[in-house]
Ligand binder design. Structure first.
Ligand SMILES: *[C@@H]1O[C@H](CO)[C@@H](O)[C@H](O)[C@H]1NC(C)=O
Ligand SMILES: *[C@@H]1O[C@H](CO)[C@@H](O)[C@H](O)[C@H]1NC(C)=O
Ligand SMILES: *[C@@H]1O[C@H](CO)[C@@H](O)[C@H](O)[C@H]1NC(C)=O
Ligand SMILES: *[C@@H]1O[C@H](CO)[C@@H](O)[C@H](O)[C@H]1NC(C)=O
Ligand SMILES: *[C@@H]1O[C@H](CO)[C@@H](O)[C@H](O)[C@H]1NC(C)=O
Ligand SMILES: *[C@@H]1O[C@H](CO)[C@@H](O)[C@H](O)[C@H]1NC(C)=O
Ligand SMILES: *[C@@H]1O[C@H](CO)[C@@H](O)[C@H](O)[C@H]1NC(C)=O
Ligand SMILES: *[C@@H]1O[C@H](CO)[C@@H](O)[C@H](O)[C@H]1NC(C)=O
Ligand SMILES: *[C@@H]1O[C@H](CO)[C@@H](O)[C@H](O)[C@H]1NC(C)=O
Ligand SMILES: *[C@@H]1O[C@H](CO)[C@@H](O)[C@H](O)[C@H]1NC(C)=O
Ligand SMILES: *[C@@H]1O[C@H](CO)[C@@H](O)[C@H](O)[C@H]1NC(C)=O
Length: 418
């Protein structure tokens, strides 16, 4: 009895000492105690570091010393239990371009030694003349690959199409181009794809291949030198929520399919050279919340009633060629928070119904030919933060009720005639 008691006490003491030592280890910041890191993976990282240019010495914790636990190195995330490296966060700050802190140089293929790596972020660095290594296509455990704004050069290696576990792929970068996008079809689990600024002018297959990705949620191909939207017999895009094709020169009518994607929430088609009327569509759109068609040459004749849907929160038609009255269908858009109709040729008075859209936070009507007065009902728009009526032919008096708009942070009625 007494003996077993003693054994238990002893055990408690050993445990207590172990706990204290462990806590001291943590408090003193002794990196990675007990060491978790796999030796082979540590060597792989050290080899990778040798070829990397690191002017700010951001990887100073990556040292060859015996016992240094790579799981506690900057940017390295290991699995708590197995100790395998799962993530490498080697992105630079994405708020300011900070070349002094950018990694550059070569990417050593020793990274292939990280067999369990699923997250690799090298975004916002400066690899300038380096190409994206084709061996990246062999890192098949990757689910997340971010090379956005890292100035890799040349043609995107089609081997990336072997990364069949990828959910997130970001290659947005000015210096990259492709011969085609056929390889994308190997990425059947992809949810987010950002190819902004990549020169896709040769990828006439861009729409067919992306349309076949069954899990795609976000497709961003802004400023990609795309010229045409090929015919699309079947619109799949069943999971697509965000579509951004801004700043491509399609110079055509707006294709019907962009408005016919079933679950789309956010549509950005700024500066696409779209001309003429917005196509009519047969089904009711219920998912769209954000539509940006600014900087095109779109007209609203005939009025696409379906576009002025009650559920839409943001409608941006800035800098198009819309003439005449503000479309009365807008009065149905009772949830609207942002209405941007700047730089068109609206020439009516401000209609009464506009003052009933009381969820409006931004009402931007500048540089049209609107006439008449501002009604005192403007006081109804209690949520208004940005109100821009400048560059119209509005005349006085200035309603006192403007003073009731307590959320207002921007008011521009310049050009107003009293
Ligand atoms: C890397 O990106 C993450 C967000 O994805 C951010 O929190 C972190 O600050 C970035 N790292 C650096 C060094 O800027
Ligand atoms: C980068 O380094 C140069 C030269 O050392 C220095 O003049 C400049 O201010 C640095 N830039 C930033 C953003 O720190
Ligand atoms: C990777 O680094 C090692 C050690 O610095 C070097 O011997 C090897 O040639 C490098 N591999 C590549 C593909 O650059
Ligand atoms: C892709 O990377 C760029 C550069 O870091 C970033 O601005 C952009 O938001 C990223 N795209 C997505 C979809 O995360
Ligand atoms: C990787 O992709 C290339 C070209 O896309 C292909 O030839 C090769 O067979 C693929 N390798 C594997 C292991 O799938
Ligand atoms: C894009 O690539 C095409 C064909 O390679 C080339 O003619 C064009 O100048 C490039 N455009 C830009 C903006 O780099
Ligand atoms: C749409 O998806 C189906 C099933 O995944 C596929 O068979 C078909 O080829 C796709 N259609 C297009 C136009 O990509
Ligand atoms: C669209 O909505 C209207 C009114 O809610 C309904 O009568 C009509 O059947 C719907 N059309 C389709 C194609 O769903
Ligand atoms: C407003 O514009 C329309 C279409 O351009 C034109 O027919 C109409 O005469 C204009 N009205 C006024 C009052 O200028
Ligand atoms: C408002 O919506 C209703 C129901 O969808 C429709 O019947 C009506 O024509 C719309 N009003 C305007 C002015 O478009
Ligand atoms: C401002 O709001 C108050 C309270 O809703 C109302 O009594 C008053 O008439 C409003 N003032 C103006 C100038 O509309």
């Amino acid at each position: 009895m007494e003996r077993s008691m003693r054994v238990v006490l002893l055990l408690i003491r050993v445990l207590a000492i172990a706990t204290i030592t462990f806590s001291i280890g943590l408090c003193n910041g002794i990196p990675g105690w007990p060491p978790l890191c796999k030796e082979s993976e540590r060597q792989a990282l050290l080899m990778f570091k040798q070829d990397l240019e690191d002017p700010a010495n951001r990887l100073s914790s990556w040292v060859a010393e015996e016992g240094s636990d790579c799981c506690s190195w900057t940017g390295v995330v290991c699995d708590h239990i197995t100790g395998h490296i799962h993530e490498l966060h080697l992105n630079n700050s994405n708020s300011v371009v900070d070349f002094n802190r950018s990694f550059g140089g070569k990417i050593n293929s020793s990274l292939l030694g990280l067999k369990h790596l699923n997250y690799l972020d090298l975004s916002n660095n400066y690899f300038s003349t380096t190409q994206i290594p084709s061996f990246f296509g062999s890192m098949t455990s990757l689910t997340h690959l971010n090379l956005g704004d890292s100035s890799f050069d040349g043609v995107i290696p089609h081997q990336l199409g072997n990364l069949s576990s990828l959910r997130y792929l970001n290659l947005s970068s000015y210096s990259l181009k492709v011969e085609n996008l056929q390889w994308i079809s190997g990425l059947s689990l992809l949810k987010q794809l950002d190819l902004s600024f990549v020169n896709l002018s040769k990828a006439s297959d861009w729409l067919q291949v992306t349309n076949m990705l069954p899990c795609l949620v976000e497709l961003i191909m802004s400023d990609c030198v795309l010229h045409q939207t090929p015919p699309l017999p079947t619109i799949n895009f069943t999971s697509l929520v965000v579509l951004d094709l801004s700043y491509n020169s399609f110079n055509s009518l707006t294709p019907r399919w962009v408005f016919s994607i079933k679950n789309l929430v956010s549509l950005h088609l700024t500066g696409c050279g779209f001309q003429g009327p917005i196509p009519g569509i047969s089904q009711n759109i219920t998912s769209l919340r954000e539509i940006d068609l600014s900087f095109n040459s779109i007209s609203l004749d005939p009025i696409p009633k379906w576009l002025f849907n009650k559920k839409i929160l943001e409608l941006n038609l800035e800098a198009n060629q819309i003439t005449g009255q503000l479309p009365s269908s807008i009065q149905n858009m009772t949830c609207l928070k942002v209405l941007n109709l700047r730089e068109n040729d609206f020439n009516s008075t401000i209609p009464k119904w506009l003052y009933s859209l009381n969820n409006l936070e931004s009402l931007l009507l500048s540089h049209n030919a609107l006439r008449g007065e501002i009604s005192s009902s403007i006081g109804n728009l209690k949520s208004l933060r940005h109100f821009d009526l400048s560059g119209n032919s509005i005349s006085g008096p200035i309603p006192m009720s403007l003073g009731n708009l307590s959320s207002l942070v921007e008011l521009d009625i310049s050009g107003f005639r009293v």
